[in-house]
Ligand binder design. Structure first.
Ligand code: ATP
Ligand code: MG
Length: 405
């Protein structure tokens, strides 16, 4: 098969491949970008594989960085871009079910493609647009199926993460999993326990953000893979609900907010999930915020929130409203987030008159809080603008009796 390499990522990289070829070696595009060009999906990055050793690559290009030299990867800086170029390699035995005991550089593309996870990911593409397909990747793409290269039992025994990868590609591409590959997933999923949580979390997030995630989660539940997810006892029920009533998610915080919400979470569950999945503090904060907002929206589904009530929620409900609109049948107030964002102030801290300005007008007293509550209310109802002169004039006029002078 011949494809057109019109995408600028390919166009920019062609001179890099030409330079390697001029030095007497082979180089091809490999991996996800080749699969995605056939599927007409967006290309986000490209991988290049070569018959040249890392040392040979370093002698061909003047600007290089050793990024993963033990695994055969050199970064080449070429014009304005950088390229990770990996030497063809074959992988030996995998005694820990995660990493090869040793990698060996080879000169044959076919051997390099043999070590890859799925046939659709074991394609190569020449700089002229010729697809090289030793393992019927194109046939599987046509059949819309995910199948291991070679024997699935061996492949999952080598690296159990491939089980999660199969399910995440299923979710992203809306493909099925071939019979033999599925059988091996059912048999070997317990080995996922050996995989580092960081690698698991990346695949789990990608899976959930794939458009066919309900099918992938259904298969996870029926094949035993779900049981290998960390802390699954906290949210198994949510996964079952989601397969029946899928929610459209926009990011990872949406995923966890929904999963925890549906499981009648307690507040320390967020903490358990953060630890179990090694989530960043930033993501954990977002999840907490969204859960709080979602719970508050859930307390009052039938009525429209007034500006004052939105203000008192004191959380940005924008993202939670996206979930609430799907989770709660009676949630009608879908402009609430817009109104929240356009509130003149979001907390007392936003009021431009503070204790400092008040002190110049009025001796310290409990009247301060009365004044601040009063102007807060008037600003929210657009009776006053949050503008210092206007607020000070208002205070001087309405609280005359308390003034210092
Ligand atoms: P994405 O579009 O998500 O980047 P990808 O297929 O490019 O998908 P990467 O993780 O970027 O996935 O890996 C690039 C290529 O490396 C894959 O296409 C596959 O050929 C190979 N690969 C990656 N991870 C594995 C693995 N665990 N086992 C075998 N081959 C793998
Ligand atoms: Mg990739």
């Amino acid at each position: 098969m011949q494809v057109k390499l019109t995408h600028e990522l390919f166009q920019e990289a062609i001179p890099v491949i030409e330079q390697i070829e001029q030095a007497g070696f082979e180089a091809y595009f490999v991996g996800g970008s080749v699969r995605d060009i056939i599927l007409d999906r967006p290309i986000h990055d490209i991988d290049i594989a070569t018959s040249a050793t890392p040392e040979e690559i370093k002698s061909i290009f003047s600007r290089t960085i050793d990024v993963g030299i033990d695994h055969g990867t050199v970064m080449v800086l070429f014009e304005k871009a950088s390229y990770e170029i990996t030497t063809y390699r074959s992988e030996g035995t995998y005694s820990d079910h995660r990493r090869p005991d040793q990698v060996e550089f080879v000169r044959d593309l076919k051997e390099d493609l043999l070590r890859r996870d799925f046939t659709m990911n074991a394609l190569a593409l020449s700089r002229t647009g010729q697809i090289i397909d030793y393992y019927d990747g194109q046939g599987d793409i046509k059949r819309q199926q995910i199948a291991c290269v070679g024997n699935p039992y061996e492949r999952f025994n080598e690296d159990a993460l491939r089980i999660m990868r199969a399910l995440r590609f299923m979710a992203q591409l809306n493909f099925t999993i071939s019979h033999a590959t599925l059988e091996a997933i059912r048999a070997l999923n317990e080995q996922l326990k050996l995989i580092s949580i960081e690698r698991m979390t990346i695949e789990w997030h990608k899976l959930c953000l794939g458009k066919a995630y309900p099918q992938a989660i259904r298969l996870m539940l029926s094949s035993g893979v779900a049981e290998q997810l960390p802390a699954i006892d906290y949210f198994r029920k949510s996964l079952h609900i989601l397969t029946e009533h899928p929610i459209q998610w926009r990011d990872e915080a949406d995923v966890w907010t929904t999963v925890l919400f549906l499981s009648n979470h307690s507040s320390d569950m967020v903490h358990h999930i953060q630890t179990a999945y090694k989530l960043s503090n930033q993501l954990t904060q977002q999840i907490k915020q969204r859960l709080l907002a979602l719970n508050q929206l859930n307390t009052r589904l039938d009525k429209k929130w007034s500006n004052k009530e939105l203000y008192e929620l004191n959380v940005n409900i924008e993202s939670a409203a996206h979930l609430a609109a799907q989770l709660f049948e009676d949630f009608k107030d879908d402009d609430a987030s817009l109104r929240y964002n356009t509130l003149p102030i979001h907390s007392k801290r936003d009021i431009v008159v503070t204790g400092k300005e008040l002190k110049q007008l009025i001796p310290p007293s409990s009247i301060y809080s009365v004044i601040l509550n009063d102007i807060e209310e008037k600003i929210l109802n657009h009776h006053l603008q949050n503008e210092q002169n206007e607020l000070l004039d208002y205070i001087q006029f309405n609280y005359k009796d308390y003034l210092c002078f």
